[in-house]
Every structure is written in structure tokens, then in C-alpha cells.
Design a protein. Structure first.
Length: 228
């Protein structure tokens, strides 16, 4: 799929908890085209072909409510995302190019898939869970960890996922109630033959990937969303 550049308008930007934001964009020209699990580059400044692509940051595409619309989540932590939180409002215009990535390409038929997400790392999984193609996945399971229940903004999407795939199961963990995700417990429950998808903070991905490899999970059976 070819990478294309878009001019997009902010439909809405909300700040439901602390520094966590939900952003919905609408293309001003053509529908967004991407596959589940792919990501985009977002720039706050206008794209000028004579000077090249402006400063941008990568974001996983969370959902597509309509062909011309996409939803993203972001945490206002670094300089760029802090600027986003300060400057973006309904009607703001941004520059976007997509798609990038191949997280869910070439998944073998009938394989048991285990999705492990920390915080907003759940967003690339949501793009798959809410896509019609998710119906063909066999007994998929999600393990997701959040700081508190307030940080879990994804229940409506997970509800939709269960209407698409009745075999889908999720286990949500809140740090303030039951601690953090435990990769050894997940591996013991799901088995080393499963296909593992990891997405979340870089430190979490590194620790979980190393543990799975050392426990005998093949490298081809560990896929990570770690473009950051």
C-alpha cells in the first residue's frame, strides 16, 4: 500500500484523564487507506513540497469511524505531544502521511494469538479488533494493563470486538488494584506455541520479549509494535 499525504482537520480532541488525549481527524480530500495495525506520521505544521515533510511524530491508528475519519490516542509527555495538547482544537489543520508498518501481515491461519498491551499500546490492537477481518482470528486473547480504571478508554471498542469475534477474550489489569501484567503468568496460561503481539512502553516490550525468547518462544512468534 502506497504512502500518501493528507491534510486533515481536527474533528475533536478530548482530555479524559491526566495527560491522556483522544484525537479524531477528518481528511479534507480523500478517504484514509490503511490496514489494521499500521501507523502514521502526524505534523502540526503545513506540508510544503519545496521544503520537505515538517517535523512529525508517529502514532498508531486506533480506529476508523468512517472512511474519511481516524481516531488516535496520545499522552502529552514529550515536547511534540505537549505542543499537540496545547495547540490542537476543533477545526485545527494538521498534515498526515500513511500508512506505515506491517504488524498483522502474514499471520498463519488458525494460530492462537495473544495480544499484550501496556497503556496506549492497546491502540494498534484496537484497529484490528474493530475491523471485519478480525472475525476469522481463532480464539484471540488480550492482556491489557492500565495505571487505573480511568485510563481504560477502550471498553466500547472491546465490546465491538466481541460482536465481531465471539471467541475473543480479554483480561484487563489495573496497577492500583492488582499490580502490573505478569509475562510469566501469561506464558504459562497461553503456552509457548502461541503467536505473541507486544505493544506498549519500550521498557515493557524489551523485558517481555526477552523473557519469551528465553522461555523458548521462537522469534518469529513474537511481534512488536515498537516503531518509537
Amino acid at each position: 500500500m502506497l504512502v500518501k499525504k493528507y491534510t486533515a482537520e481536527v474533528v475533536s480532541i478530548t482530555n479524559p484523564v491526566d495527560a491522556l488525549y483522544l484525537l479524531e481527524l477528518q481528511s479534507e480530500e480523500k478517504p484514509f487507506k490503511f490496514l489494521p495495525g499500521q501507523f502514521l506520521h502526524l505534523a502540526l505544521d503545513p506540508y510544503d513540497p519545496s521544503t520537505g515533510w515538517p517535523e512529525s511524530r508517529c502514532f498508531s491508528i486506533q480506529a476508523q469511524p468512517a472512511p474519511e475519519r481516524i481516531v488516535l490516542s496520545f499522552s502529552a509527555k514529550g515536547r511534540f505531544t505537549t505542543r499537540m495538547a496545547a495547540e490542537l482544537k476543533q477545526g485545527s489543520v494538521v498534515s498526515v502521511k500513511l500508512p506505515y508498518g506491517s504488524l498483522f501481515n502474514d499471520v498463519p491461519d488458525g494460530v492462537k494469538s495473544v495480544f499484550i498491551a501496556g497503556g496506549t499500546g492497546i491502540t494498534p490492537f484496537i484497529s484490528l479488533f474493530t475491523d471485519d477481518t478480525f472475525a476469522s482470528w481463532k480464539k484471540p486473547v488480550l492482556y491489557a494493563g492500565f495505571r487505573t480504571k480511568n485510563y481504560n478508554l477502550y471498553d466500547p471498542f472491546l465490546f465491538k470486538a466481541k460482536t465481531i469475534n465471539e471467541e475473543f477474550h480479554d483480561e484487563i489489569k489495573y496497577e492500583d488494584v492488582s499490580g502490573m501484567l505478569n509475562i510469566s503468568e501469561i506464558l504459562e496460561k497461553e503456552g509457548a506455541d502461541a503467536l505473541f503481539f507486544l505493544s506498549g512502553p519500550p521498557g515493557m516490550i524489551r523485558i517481555f520479549r526477552n523473557y519469551l525468547e528465553q522461555a523458548g518462544v521462537g522469534k518469529d512468534n513474537i511481534r512488536t509494535d515498537d516503531w518509537e
